[in-house]
Design a protein around this ligand. Structure first.
Ligand SMILES: Nc1ncnc2c1ncn2[C@@H]1O[C@H](COP(=O)(O)OP(=O)(O)OP(=O)(O)O)[C@@H](O)[C@H]1O
Length: 680
């Protein structure tokens, strides 16, 4: 038992339970029970779907979100328990989770910071693989027969349970798909199930079902990705699927990382494709006919299962040998590319950088057109993995925000509220198989249930016209939400807002205390013209150089008092010989004080603006830190962006300091002037 093994491990596959999403399996008798006339109708028209079936499909589709983000927490393992690491993840109501992050204050007092998240589903350590299947893949299966391409992938740090979660899913899916194939509706259309299994290792593609033969990825003229040489096998029963999966798993590249001794070093992609076989009518021998038929297929829909390589950067890039580090770098590159694609979609960019990595090229179908994506974020519950867990959850939160409306403009999908399990997706009736005939080569002469085809267009089988028409002109049923981020980002904004409010109130109380202090002083302040008050005024003005005594109230009161004095002086000394001179001086001083007040206001406004900018920069810095902690992040990006942010911060401070210096200078000048006047 290795260290990472779990005490409560239950790795053996669980027996299948019948699925509420799946129609009951049709046996031969059921099939026979279909009236002759209806069978004929189905044969003649590939678009035939009964109204009832259509309603069922629509109802099912309405439960299938375009992007679904599910989090799975695994139990503590032996190693973690022996290290006395605590379970820091609380799951509530199957959708919410709280991470209790242990932290230390500057004075080394321990405290716990809570991070709350909400996802489409959160599965705790007691949830079985079968339940994971029900929550994630099962609802998608029926729509694979309705021209949908779907992808399910697991994401998370190494050892968090990705392989454990992903491995049983294809078999369960195949089980349900085979059942559906037996439905008269699909049987009559000659729908068949095909399986392929390959991995991306070190940026190269290898066929896991064909002695790890290297494959080539090409883009055809229609920008469809083709995996040249990939072997596909027709599978008609679950036992055969199981054998292929085991064969492929055995051929996978694994290695040891700092955190998992049997770590997946590659991204493994298992695809189950539903194809419509077109009948070969000419009179050939049965064997030739099978081979020709296998070539003459149309892709209906496809389900891809992707087991991503472990995403823990640190362990991969520092602890291990050169080869492992190179692998780690390659894995990081593809995870980064995946993140970039998600971000580009999130920002509604026209150009999506799918070409950033082999992985994203393969995943391209999952994000465009009539697609469904399920991301299962696997997390470890231990306190020692807290940082990685938070990174995984932040990544998941970002993907979730994509489903909330980031791509509504482009694809016109109604948005889904991720805080609710219910989603509002339109129904559409697409029963007809894809029109594109697959250009396949080299049919392997295998037994009937194991037909293998080397595919030259495995990912390209849907015609672009069709593809574009597949993006249904949906009418929005759901209420469209703004593309604002939820969860953490909202919280961050909330934190920011409350800290802003906190800062503002602090500033206000400071200002109040300064004002009250000033008020005491101001009562002594009198118009500068009167000798008796000159010293006080000059003292006051010199006090402006002290930051804490800068007060607009003071200046205003000073001005008011001066005006009162002026009135008094003009009323009582109207006949005085120096009154004109005095008025001149007074108006000059008025202008001076007004100018200082204006400058003061500008300074305070600039200070406020600077605080806002600083907070914005701090927020960006926090994002940057969160990103650099993500697996696959590039240090170059980090360095460049940090440099940019620090320069922004520095230039903001420098310009505020310059303004402050100008203001101080102004006050000094004012003081000198008033001294000169007082000495006159
Ligand atoms: N939910 C779970 N319940 C029980 N055991 C689990 C669970 N999740 C994972 N494990 C166990 O934890 C260990 C690590 O899991 P796994 O190999 O699936 O991790 P991984 O994320 O695929 O790692 P890597 O990325 O390095 O391949 C295995 O021994 C697995 O059996």
């Amino acid at each position: 038992m290795d260290d990472s093994e779990l005490l409560s491990e239950n790795v053996t596959s669980e027996p299948f339970e019948s699925s509420p999403f799946m129609p009951k399996e049709m046996d031969e008798d059921d099939d026979d029970a279909i009236p002759e006339s209806q069978q004929g109708l189905a044969d003649n028209s590939s678009t035939f779907i009964s109204e009832k079936e259509n309603t069922v499909v629509s109802a099912r589709e309405s439960n299938v979100a375009k992007i679904k983000v599910v989090v799975r927490k695994r139990p503590l393992n032996k190693k973690e328990i022996s290290r006395k690491e605590e379970d820091i993840i609380d799951v509530h109501n199957s959708q919410f989770l709280t991470v209790h992050e242990p932290k230390l204050k500057v004075d080394l007092t321990a405290y716990v910071e809570k991070h709350e998240f909400c996802f489409d589903a959160v599965l705790d350590e007691h949830v079985t693989n079968d339940e994971v299947y029900r929550e994630t893949v099962e609802p998608i299966i029926p729509i694979i027969f309705q021209r949908t391409k779907a992808t399910c992938f697991a994401y998370g740090q190494t050892g968090s349970g990705k392989t454990y979660t992903m491995q049983p899913l294809p078999l369960r899916a195949a089980h349900d798909m085979v059942r559906l194939l037996h439905q008269p509706m699909y049987r009559s259309q000659n729908f068949k199930l095909w399986l392929s299994y390959f991995e991306i290792y070190g940026g190269k593609l290898f066929d896991l079902l064909s002695e790890r033969r290297q494959l080539l990825m090409r883009e055809d003229g229609r920008k469809q990705v083709c995996i040249v040489g990939l072997q596909e096998f027709e599978v008609s029963d679950v036992q055969i699927v199981k054998e292929y999966i085991e064969k492929g798993n055995a051929a996978r590249s694994t290695g040891t990382t700092g955190a998992n001794e049997e770590s997946s070093r590659s991204h493994a992609i298992l695809q189950l494709a539903v194809k419509k076989h077109l009948p070969i009518t000419d009179t050939r021998r049965q064997r030739d006919r099978d081979a020709a038929e296998a070539k003459n297929t149309k892709l209906v829909g496809k389900m891809s299962f992707i087991d991503l390589a472990g995403s823990e950067r640190g362990a991969d890039t520092t602890d291990n040998d050169k080869q492992t580090r190179i692998e780690g770098a390659e894995i990081n590159k593809s995870l980064l590319a995946l993140k970039e694609c998600i971000r580009a979609l999130d920002n509604d960019q026209i150009h999506i950088p799918f070409r950033g990595s082999k992985l994203t090229e393969v995943l391209r179908d999952s994000f465009v057109g009539n697609s469904r994506t399920v991301m299962i974020s696997c997390i470890s519950p231990s306190s020692g993995s807290c940082e990685h867990t938070l990174n995984t959850l932040r990544y998941a939160d970002r993907v979730k925000s994509l489903s909330k409306g980031g791509n509504t403009k482009k694809e016109q999908f109604p948005v889904q509220s991720t805080s609710s399990k219910e989603s509002t997706y339109p129904s559409y009736s697409l029963s007809e198989a894809e029109e594109t005939t697959e250009r396949t080569q080299e049919t392997r002469p295998l037994d009937a249930s194991r037909k293998g085809v080397e595919n030259f267009t495995s990912n390209s089988s849907m015609e672009p016209e069709r593809n574009s028409s597949m993006i249904p002109s949906y009418q929005h049923r759901g209420k469209e939400e703004s593309s604002s981020r939820s969860g953490l980002n909202d919280r961050e904004r909330g934190d920011l807002k409350s800290s802003q409010i906190g800062l503002a109130s602090k500033a206000q109380s400071l200002q109040d205390s300064v004002n009250s202090h000033e008020e005491v002083k101001v009562t002594k302040v009198s118009p500068p013209r009167r000798k008796a008050y000159r010293d006080e005024k000059s003292e006051r003005m010199s006090n402006y150089t002290k930051k804490e005594e800068i007060s607009r109230t003071g200046l205003r009161q000073q001005q008011q008092l001066k005006q009162q004095q002026q009135q008094r002086s003009s009323s009582t000394s109207a006949s005085h010989v120096s009154s004109k001179q005095s008025e001149k001086e007074s108006s000059y001083e008025d202008m001076e004080i007004n100018a200082i007040l204006e400058e003061e206001e500008a300074l305070v406004a600039a200070h406020r603006k600077e605080i806002e900018n600083t907070m914005e920069i701090v927020r960006e810095e926090m994002n940057l830190l969160a990103e650099i902690d993500q697996p696959g992040s590039l240090i170059d990006n980090y360095v460049g962006q940090l440099n940019f942010l620090l320069s922004r911060k520095a230039s903001g401070l420098v310009s505020l300091q310059a303004r402050l210096a100008r203001f101080q200078q102004r006050l000094k000048e004012q003081e000198i002037l008033s001294r000169q006047k007082s000495s006159r």
